[in-house]
Ligand binder design. Sequence first.
Ligand SMILES: NC(=O)c1ccc[n+]([C@@H]2O[C@H](COP(=O)([O-])OP(=O)(O)OC[C@H]3O[C@@H](n4cnc5c(N)ncnc54)[C@H](OP(=O)(O)O)[C@@H]3O)[C@@H](O)[C@H]2O)c1
Length: 373
Amino acid sequence: MKKKNTAALIVHTKGLEALHRYFAKYRENYMTKKMKDDTLRKLFCWSPPAVMSDFTITSRSEAAGSIDGFCIVATFLPEMLLNRHEEVISKIEAALIESEKRGAAVASLAAFTSIADGRQGEIVSRVAKSMAVTNGSTFTSAMAIEGIRKMCRILDIDIGAANMAIIGATGSIGRTCSRYFMGKTARLTLTGRKFEKLEKLFGGYPEQYSNLFLTDDNNGAVADADLVISVTSSIQSIFKSDAFKSGAVICDVGFPKNIAQACNDRDDIIVYSGGLARIPGDIEHLDVMGLPANNICYGCMSEGILLALTERLDLCTVGLDDIPLRNVDLLTDMGYEHGFDVAPYFNDYKYYCAEDFDRVKRAREALASSACV
Ligand SMILES: NC(=O)c1ccc[n+]([C@@H]2O[C@H](COP(=O)([O-])OP(=O)(O)OC[C@H]3O[C@@H](n4cnc5c(N)ncnc54)[C@H](OP(=O)(O)O)[C@@H]3O)[C@@H](O)[C@H]2O)c1
């Protein structure tokens, strides 16, 4: 069989804690004698890009076979985006150059590696000579949308009668999810940091969709939402657990997380890590990226694997243009065909199970009946 494309997944760490966890894998008792944070920060940021794991992924479709790939770490920390921006860009470019040298045909820019250049990977991808580069927003959006649809089936929520809020709607993934759900919910509230930007992007829609609301007030937007997709690039949590109404479902797509760490005191809502896929194979060390199993992967990373497997490098996307919704549908279908699926629902604390779903269903019923009294 012809050798398939190799996929490079350009990743970064959530922070120093994740790096400590990685070292602990290789040195017993490391956690009791950790490297000092300052020393680790310096060493890490001086380091060139490093391959974290090599992998082979086999499609469920026998005819499609397997691809090889590797995860390569761009050695910056998320907070460096605030004051060491140029350095972050060089780090991402170095990881792309190294990936091409190692024979990758396609590179997926994961999380902040696609955001950092302000052009969704268009600028950093210029260092690639013949390697295709994709920003992962299409498949991440696909998995966020599918995750919400599937959750609504589990909880018997009628999307058409639900209020939805999309937080960070001006971004690449947020905009795609917003366009997808327009006209499909009872009310759709979209937020961004700047109202003018929201108006520029969505101001033309309200006449057509009278249930569309734009605001820069994140808390106001979620207060009455049944369904929330939070997909901002904020480097810290932006919601407290009391922001959400009882029975709400919150899909937290952000990396680092927008919400999950703050909500473990609420068992009447579901806050899960969204935009993720279960992939048809394992990649070592995904736990250091906050993932609970080696076959659960961020949508952005999964996109590179899927496009390499299907040899559809023509579907790679960088830049700020709207992502065609037909590509979201296409990648969703291609994903299912090759053994990719929405990841199980989990957050930093647990996997959600049938008991949790029942409890949230009851919370929703209680709220509905109190509203009728
Ligand atoms: N789960 C996954 O598989 C996965 C995959 C890829 C990416 N991600 C993560 O998803 C997030 C978004 O990615 P993206 O590519 O869509 O980024 P993006 O295009 O840069 O969009 C991020 C958006 O968040 C908005 N934002 C930032 N802080 C905000 C706040 N406090 N309140 C409201 N909006 C705020 C920004 O608004 P402005 O317009 O004002 O800048 C921007 O529009 C990132 O955290 C990324 O790491 C997750």
